[in-house]
Design a protein around this ligand. Sequence first.
Ligand code: ATP
Ligand code: MG
Length: 563
Amino acid sequence: MSTNEATTPSDFIRDIINEDLKNNKNESRVHTRFPPEPNGYIHIGHAKSINLNFGIASQYKGKFNLRFDDTNPSKEEQEYVQSIIEDIRWLGADWEDRLFYASDYYDRLYDYAVQLIEKGKAYVDDLTPDQIREYRGTLTEPGKNSPHRDRSIEENLDLFKRMRAGEFEDGARVLRAKIDMASPNLNMRDPAIYRIKHESHHRTGDKWCIYPMYDFTHCLSDSIEAITHSVCTLEFEDHRPLYDWFIDEVGAYHPQQIEFARMNLSYTVLSKRKLLKLVEDGDVDGWDDPRMPTVSGMRRRGYTPEAIRNFCERIGVAKRDSLVDIALLEHCLREDLNLRATRVMAVLEPLKVVITNYPEDKTEELEAVNNPEDESAGTRMVPFSREIYIERNDFREDPPKKFFRLGPGREVRLKHAYFIRCDEVIKDDKTGEVVELRCSYDPESRGGMSPDGRKVKGTLHWVSAAQAKKVEVRFFERLFTVENPLADEDFKSSLNPDSRRVLTSCLIEPFAAEAAPGTLFQFMRQGYFYLDSIDSTAEMPVFNRTVSLRDSWAKIEKSMKSK
Ligand code: ATP
Ligand code: MG
């Protein structure tokens, strides 16, 4: 990610860092990290955090780590680790040789726990999970001390060793921090530090049957990595006193935690747990379904890292939670695709047109500009012949007012080609459906130029029948029908049943069908499309519609300005 001076963002986090640098805190180092739990694929909210952390590290010529906080063997899988690595790399963040796992620190974390016990700051508790919950109290009532809270240091050391040795069943005992059962902050009421779980871990295998809890692991891993600024989301604000406690009690290096607001996006959900539910229930095809707000889903949809980065920068970092309009994300996407997508012609619902005065055996190649926004994209040749296809809805037998496309007796321009006039409409005898148009072309209008100054109002896209390739095109709508699905008790109740529409008889000019999977196009008048690299086959390329051409955000912005 470049950090062009002119566009360098400024926000309250950078203000804090500037201040720290002025005071030579941390010997003026800046070291950030992204610490995912490998329990799902990352989504656009994570992308925002990655962009922020990596952006800060690059801006201050500091370092950026990728660390998996892999403390929960039962919910974690190698598949998630792989996908997260791939997605972050695709987003453009670079951790160089600093890919870490909290599980790499299990030995040190164990030692820290022993240190706490030795200081009389941790104890082994025999209460059941239910009892622990009961003893914890509520927001309005203080908790109660466990009867095991005052065990001797020796007994605690012995029990903890035996927990590690596998002498006890899952849930039989936990190691807890000895803080304050009456603290107004529930996180400080003797939280668990270690639990027994006789389960294999994706990295440490069967070495351990006790695992450190997330809170204990997360803050100490930041400390071990000497992270200077531990940027995280607001829900961890209440955990900060606990993190400070752990770090201070073991006497380790103290990173500074800074919280910012989680990003929420309209018409979707940003929660790995909820996204997993959609995957498990088969509501989507998988984590990388193009309708998903996951980075893999967005990639398959045709999003670019640049568009996502631009979006993250435009929304900035806030201290209060907000719901960002998905129209802004799509606006950033269009801005980017407009510059990079090659314009091609694809007919989604084809209607045959025979150009009766065009020679039967002739094919000519017409020059087409690849991208009017980018001269360096050059031109390509598009075949033209006597039989072509146009879009079915570009013809109306009885055209209403303001319909400037084709109708009986009307003349239109075929993009890059010729003027044609519709002379005859052929229908199916039985159904009455229009099945073919007979048209004549004006040979003097080559390239779509008017030969004599006469004007036509419509310009249509088309493909030549003989050379066009059949392709599948998938259209996506919003995954949910309401802005904030989480406002409903059951977030799935507003799942959009029509979020995907598939057309299987689309025709496209050969140039685009032969492109490499992963190529982005603008189908003229139809939107931006991405040649799917997973479902496409040699016989049937599959295009995903990335986004339509109509920019609702531009309209919103305009109306905001005029107010
Ligand atoms: P989810 O709620 O989707 O399960 P999580 O917070 O549990 O996400 P983690 O893997 O723990 O997922 O997150 C890694 C980092 O990403 C954390 O620092 C977290 O604060 C940040 N993050 C997660 N969701 C968002 C979001 N919506 N906006 C900004 N940052 C986020
Ligand atoms: Mg989390």
